[in-house]
Design a protein around this ligand. Structure first.
Ligand code: GDP
Ligand code: MG
Length: 442
């Protein structure tokens, strides 16, 4: 995927003391291929490469002491630019109530889920009274689905009247919202498996009667070039005001995110990061750029840690990371945090070097239950072994396996995983620790 490919290019660049123009052009060629393979639209990739090359072959970069890092920074900044800039673009909700937020997108992109997530977000973060209405008469039980979600997030939904058409439901929703002094009315619309004219006509008609302040295109970030086509089709037909990228908790984070802003000209406002109804985040271009570069999202990792574990633990972790230290005690603390933070998948996407560790985990068929075993393995070690894992010879491994009710191969897997993570910590240190990262990418 894009992160891996770019990660490789940059690993090489970072290691170089000096660069010449040929190095830069070579790197740009690889970046271009990586972008195209990740389904970034061709004109977007071309524009990106041109902008970066122009800045990177400038004399200052080549003469600087850390040209590799400079190029990485230029690419990073350009990615941020392409993703819409550092500033988060929030929802526009200040129009005369009821403010209408219309959700559009293909079937299965996550519209209904995102509608409920945003309704909750609007109530909690904006302190506004929200209401939701499903205009999806195409899919059986779609309206009921929204009603169930409404109960879960404690936001009212428009009572279902069977046989009504989308435009009529929209009219009724607006009337009802007015009567109940609703601030924000969320309209969840029907999708299709593919873009077709009937869908576009329906969206236009609904927008026509509901005069939405926000029209958010919901796009599955796992769909590559398709996402670009979808964005193009919708933005030609309805007045989009923003994009929500769903499934950002998944693996393919590159292509769709990068093309979306360029294709629609509209900001990516939110990222969906899971199936749970609070799994939605303000979209931060800088963080996504970091992830794409394979740097891992250290900042949000630490924030996440701070939110879910005791503050001292998070501070301790950050300090150890800054020093490039990471022994089995740290791993154990991490394992416990992982359990708090939503398991392995979540963390693996956020930490530098975790891609390799994640691959190692997948290889060994590891799941969240294994976290408990790993905890037991570390618990069966002596303090000395935890601080110095290199002491673990065959005899010690056997003892620890017996003590924790596991197999020697489980102990080996744990040690391998620890090594991967320790290496990642060292990498962070080489780049000047967390502060260095922040300075480089802030
Ligand atoms: P719709 O057809 O566009 O209304 O899509 P739904 O909202 O019904 O979502 C389809 C599926 O995608 C459901 O199983 C959701 O739980 C799931 N889903 C939606 N958003 C996300 C997300 O951000 N991450 C993950 N992992 N799953 C999501
Ligand atoms: Mg739906």
């Amino acid at each position: 995927n894009l992160s891996d490919r770019l990660g490789n290019v940059f690993d090489r660049l970072r290691g170089r003391g000096s660069l010449n123009e040929a190095d830069v052009r070579e790197a740009m060629r690889e970046i271009r291929v990586a972008l195209l393979e990740a389904d970034v639209a061709l004109p977007v990739a071309r524009r990106f490469i041109d902008a970066v090359t122009e800045k990177a072959v400038g004399q200052d970069v080549l003469r600087s002491v850390t040209p590799g890092q400079q190029v990485v920074k230029i690419v990073h900044d350009e990615l941020v630019e392409m993703l819409g800039g550092q500033e988060h673009q929030g929802l526009l909700l200040e129009a005369k109530p009821p403010v209408v937020v219309m959700m559009v997108g293909l079937q299965g992109s996550g519209k209904t889920t995102t509608t409920a997530k945003l309704a909750k977000y609007i109530r909690e973060r904006h302190g506004k009274k929200a209401m939701m209405a499903s205009l999806d008469v195409a899919r059986p039980a779609a309206q009921e689905q929204l009603a169930v979600l409404g109960e879960q997030v404690d936001v009212a939904t428009l009572p279902i009247v069977k046989g009504q058409q989308p435009v009529d439901i929209a009219r009724r929703a607006i009337e009802s919202a007015k009567l109940q002094a609703v601030d924000v009315l969320m309209l969840d619309t029907a999708g299709r498996l593919h873009v077709d004219q009937a869908l576009m006509d329906e969206m236009k008609a609904v927008a026509g009667v509901s005069n939405p302040t926000e029209v958010l295109l919901v796009v599955d970030s796992l769909t590559g070039q398709d996402a670009v086509n979808v964005a193009q089709s919708f933005s030609g037909e309805v007045p989009l005001t923003g994009v929500v990228l769903t499934r950002m908790d998944g693996d393919a984070r590159g292509g769709a995110a990068l093309s979306m802003r360029a294709v629609t000209g509209k900001p990516i406002k939110f990222a969906g990061t899971g199936e749970k109804l609070d799994a939605i985040e303000a979209f931060h271009a800088g963080r996504v750029a970091d992830r794409i570069l394979g740097m891992g999202d250290v900042v949000s990792l630490v924030e996440k840690a701070a939110a879910t574990v005791k503050e001292e633990d998070a501070e301790h972790l950050a300090k150890r990371m800054a020093k490039g230290q990471f022994d089995l005690n740290d791993l154990r603390m991490q394992l416990r945090q992982m359990q708090n933070m939503g398991g392995l998948g979540m963390l693996a996407g956020m930490m530098p070097g975790m891609k390799k560790a994640k691959a190692a985990m997948a290889e060994s068929g590891m799941d969240d239950k294994v976290l408990v075993h790993m905890d037991a393995i570390i618990g069966s070690m002596t303090a000395k072994e935890r601080a110095r894992p290199e002491l673990m010879n065959a005899k010690r491994k056997k003892r620890v396996a017996a003590g924790s009710g596991t197999q020697v191969q489980d102990v080996n897997k744990l040690l391998k995983m620890h090594q991967e993570m320790a290496r990642a910590m060292k990498q962070i240190k080489k780049m000047g620790g967390l502060k260095g990262l922040a300075a480089m990418f802030g």
